[in-house]
Design a protein around this ligand. Structure first.
Ligand SMILES: Cc1cc2nc3c(=O)[nH]c(=O)nc-3n(C[C@H](O)[C@H](O)[C@H](O)COP(=O)(O)OP(=O)(O)OC[C@H]3O[C@@H](n4cnc5c(N)ncnc54)[C@H](O)[C@@H]3O)c2cc1C
Length: 455
């Protein structure tokens, strides 16, 4: 079959993209290497859209939860992942969980039966030189193709491991305890709050207890095939650093020097004294709603992270947009290498979709697959494409990965309300409902006016 678009990778994003293009009337070649005698270290079957770990699409609550809202928007676009998810659904309270085999089989059957889709079991080893292409090869992109991507983007633009420091919602940080300042008051031009960092001060007693907590906290083991995860200088897990000596952190990410705590002044130090140790947070998105804990990438289990990090002064009520982690994960520095329409700068026929773009999770990867397909469909039809507004789950995630995230610290991101333009004038108790109400209204407007997708 002569195709209009070539999709590489038949995972969540690639399958969803194939469906969206096919239903818009375009012929698609979907290349999936599993089934051709090769696989990834995590997949266990040859089925399309295999869920490699949990069987959950997380919260299905579209009134108070950003992932549930993403489900809603995907359903409005007749998402294949959501359709097949309904067929395969198993009881899971307010979450959406599926029977993974039924789910994968349903996705594959739907695509196989579509006259516009040709599924080819083949591994692609180089980026195609021409023709509309969507690369959706995921966090475990095969080596030869990854090297071809590196050749096109530059050595330091494709990461093979993530090193995620926890990210905190700004409005959950207690600014009566913390303060904003750059070390030695060295500010960047971008600074708009009188400094680049939020600082959380610790006494000696607090620091020693925290240090012990890092050593004692339950850790996640690396999977066998991740065991050779390299600890680059800048991304060593905080607990590994802590194990090197009681003061290692005080000379590293928790260094207190040059930071004058204005809540601890004396006549001798009217500007404020230095704390015994300091945890620093740096702005993570343009909106200033999300702040990452600098140097706090960690393999501590999620429960242990929340418990321990909430003992940090000023973070007692911290709400985490995402928790720390360290995994094998192939992903682009998308804010630098992709344009706003997920196209590779300098090779506009290539789009990326799914987790390789630096989104994180089954749902997010599928949603980016939908958007890549809609963009391609518009291009093939000679139409302009307008992205969903940044007030919607899809629009907020797209804006983040294609430019609003800080490229220097870019790490994979889940959808969360911290990516949305803030609603400061709405009370905290009803803010989540307000975000979803606004998103749904804006999404409907966008859908009617610009999506160009058959309803
Ligand atoms: C071990 C592990 C556990 C995870 N657990 C979860 C979880 O519990 N929940 C969650 O939400 N997310 C989880 N994730 C993240 C998850 O992988 C993604 O969320 C999601 O699967 C990404 O979708 P994708 O379509 O981008 O990639 P994938 O679903 O991985 O699909 C990529 C496809 O591309 C194929 N491929 C790769 N290279 C080539 C090539 N050169 N030519 C042709 N085909 C190729 C692969 O075989 C694969 O089928 C996990 C990831 C890993 C690695």
């Amino acid at each position: 079959m002569k195709h209009d678009a070539h999709i590489i990778g038949g995972g969540l994003a690639g399958s969803e993209a194939a469906w969206q293009l096919a239903r818009a009337g375009f012929k698609v070649r979907l290349s999936e290497m599993r089934g051709s005698g090769t696989t990834t270290p995590a997949h266990e079957t040859d089925g399309l859209a295999e869920l490699v770990c949990s069987n959950s699409f997380r919260s299905d609550d579209d009134t108070r939860n950003a992932v549930g809202l993403m489900h809603h928007e995907m359903r409005r676009l007749d998402s294949l992942v959501m359709r097949a998810g309904e067929v395969a659904r198993v009881p899971a309270g307010s979450a959406m969980a599926v029977d993974r085999d039924v789910f994968s089989a349903e996705v594959e059957k739907t695509l196989r039966e579509h006259p516009n889709v040709e599924i080819v079991r083949e591994r692609i080893d180089a980026l195609p030189q021409s023709g509309p292409t969507i690369v959706a090869t995921g966090p475990l992109t095969a080596e030869a193709l990854a090297q071809s991507i590196v050749a096109a983007t530059g050595q330091d633009r494709l990461a093979f491991f993530d090193a995620i420091a926890p990210i905190v919602h700004r409005d959950s940080i207690d600014m009566d305890i913390c303060w904003i300042q750059s070390r030695w008051d060295k500010m960047t031009a971008a600074s708009n709050e009188g400094g680049d960092y939020i600082n959380c001060p610790m006494t000696k007693e607090q620091y020693l207890a925290f240090h012990q907590g890092l050593l004692d906290g339950e850790k996640t083991e690396f999977k066998e095939w991740e065991a050779n995860t390299p600890y680059f200088d800048g991304c060593m897990p905080i607990e590994v650093m802590a194990a090197r000596g009681v003061d290692t952190l005080r000379y590293g990410p928790m260094k207190p020097v040059g930071l004058d705590n204005p809540r601890d002044t004396t006549p001798e130090f009217p500007q404020g004294r230095w704390a015994y140790a300091v945890v620093q947070l740096r702005q993570d998105n343009k909106l200033g709603t999300l702040w990452n804990m600098v140097g706090f990438q960690t393999k501590l289990k999620h429960g242990a992270q929340v418990e321990l990090f909430r003992t940090i002064p000023g973070l007692k009520n911290a709400e985490f947009a995402r928790l720390g982690g360290l995994h094998r994960n192939t992903f682009l520095n998308s804010p630098l290498v992709l344009d706003r329409q997920l196209r590779l700068k300098g090779a506009g026929h290539i789009r990326f979709a799914g987790q390789v773009t630096g989104c994180e999770g089954y749902v997010e990867s599928s949603a980016v697959g939908i958007m890549a397909a809609l963009m391609t469909a518009a291009e093939l039809a000679g139409r302009e494409w307008t992205p969903p507004p940044p007030t919607t789950a899809m629009g907020a995630l797209l804006a983040h990965i294609t430019g609003d995230a800080d490229a220097e610290t870019f790490q994979p991101m889940n959808v969360n309300f911290g990516l949305f333009p803030p609603l400061h004038d709405v009370g905290k108790k009803v803010r989540k409902e307000a975000y979803t109400d606004r998103a749904k209204a804006d999404f409907e407007e966008w859908l009617v006016e610009t999506a160009g997708v058959p309803a």
